[in-house]
Design a protein around this ligand. Structure first.
Ligand code: ZN
Length: 395
């Protein structure tokens, strides 16, 4: 490059840097959209709604998502306290994905906002049900299985206010190390039959089409030397004091499960009738999933919806688990803040389902229950999220 060309190039760079924001089109909400099923985000539109002080009606502006998934919606010069952002099909009659609804505080308006959209139908890509199409409803996946429960199939860990929304293991931890507890105090014969246990656990893997568990000796689950506590352990033990046939405890932080403990009331339960079902039920809990009464499921609550209880994973169990893990994986770098939580809010918005009564008459989802039946969820802090009322569709 000649000296003159270099000078010109430097001047151009300086000039570009000197262009004030206003000349570039003013304040705008920017971000990008991807879909969990890999479909193009072109054809989507982003709506930003706000209500200025003194306005009786909300104002709305919108812009199309371009073929690269980027969007830029103009914002008012004086920002309100919060903005409601909805990503939806430009042609609502041809909606292929659930709308995503996010509430963004004024201080966050300048950030890049990333959205992962959930399809309305999940084409199971792998595993025992590969090729099957399953209608997907994020709201159903969050519908509590009991009065007073706040979690459904997808669980929000208490104390979590993180980008991934609903809990699971980071995919990089798979396959998880699974061991039977054989500490010095465990009597001989007090561990489940390992061959039967592994037949059941591998049934979960082949249904999901994912390599999620690997057996290791108990000694490999213990912290060694200066190594921190391992964060990929599922420990199976027998606890005769249990009041249920099984109990799974998940521990973690920021929506990531770091440890799961599966307790069985009887060592012989694995070989007894229903043993395969019990192990698959508990191992699905160990993957971070909760009870549901929203579809036929190996995680159906036997007390509340026994008719829906399935002996093994169903296509719905597989679809909702694969979708959860797919969205979490897309969100893992933190640049895609809005995922299944926003899809739940989006579906609530279009179905006009009022917040707080998703479970049925007289039930509420307020507060944060951390234990229901045979699952307990713990995190290192506590935090309760209370659903808020949505604007009516189209407003
Ligand atoms: Zn359970």
């Amino acid at each position: 490059m000649s000296r003159a060309a270099r000078l010109l190039s430097t001047l151009t760079a300086l000039l570009l840097a000197a262009v004030p924001a206003a000349a570039q089109g003013g304040r705008a909400l920017r971000g990008h959209v991807v879909t969990a099923d890999g479909a193009s985000a072109g054809g989507m539109r982003v709506y930003v709604q706000w209500r200025a002080v003194g306005d009786s009606l909300p104002s709305v502006d919108s812009a199309d998502v371009d073929s690269a998934g980027e969007f830029r919606v103009p914002l008012p010069a004086r920002l309100p306290d919060s903005l409601t952002v909805i990503v939806d099909a430009a042609d609502r009659a041809r909606r292929t994905h659930h709308p995503s609804l996010a509430r963004i505080a004024r201080a966050e308006a300048a950030w890049e906002h990333g959205f992962v959209l959930a399809p309305r139908e999940w084409l199971i890509p792998r595993g025992f049900f590969a090729g099957q199409r399953v209608a997907v409803s994020p709201l159903r996946a969050r519908r509590p299985s009991c009065p007073g429960c706040t979690n459904g199939f997808w669980i929000r860990m208490a104390g979590t206010r993180n980008p991934t929304g609903f809990q699971g293991w980071p995919l990089s931890r798979f396959p998880l190390r699974v061991a039977f507890e054989r500490g010095g105090s465990v009597p001989v014969g007090a561990v489940p039959d390992s061959a039967a246990f592994w037949r059941a656990a591998s049934g979960v893997e082949s249904a999901l089409g994912m390599d999620v568990f690997r057996p290791v000796p108990f000694g490999q689950t213990l912290p060694r030397g200066l190594e921190e506590d391992p964060d990929d352990i599922v420990l199976v033990r027998v606890d005769r004091a249990l009041s249920t046939p099984g109990l799974t405890t998940m521990v973690g932080s920021r929506g990531n499960v770091e440890y799961a403990g599966v307790a069985l009331q009887r060592a012989g339960a694995v070989l007894a009738m229903g043993g395969m079902e019990l192990v698959q039920h508990e191992m699905m809990h160990a993957l971070g999933l909760g009870h549901t009464c929203a579809w036929p499921s190996v995680l159906a609550d036997t007390h509340r919806c026994p008719d829906l209880r399935a002996p093994t994973l169903t296509p719905e169990d597989v679809a909702y688990t694969q979708l959860l893990y797919r969205v979490r994986d897309l969100q893992r770098d933190g640049s895609l803040r809005w995922g299944l939580d926003a899809a739940v809010e989006g579906e609530r918005w279009i179905t006009r389902e009022p917040a707080g009564v998703v479970a049925g008459p007289g039930w509420t989802t307020a507060g944060d229950t951390t234990a229901d039946a045979d699952t307990t969820v713990r995190a290192d802090t506590t935090w309760a999220r209370r659903p808020r009322a949505m604007p009516p569709p189209g407003s």
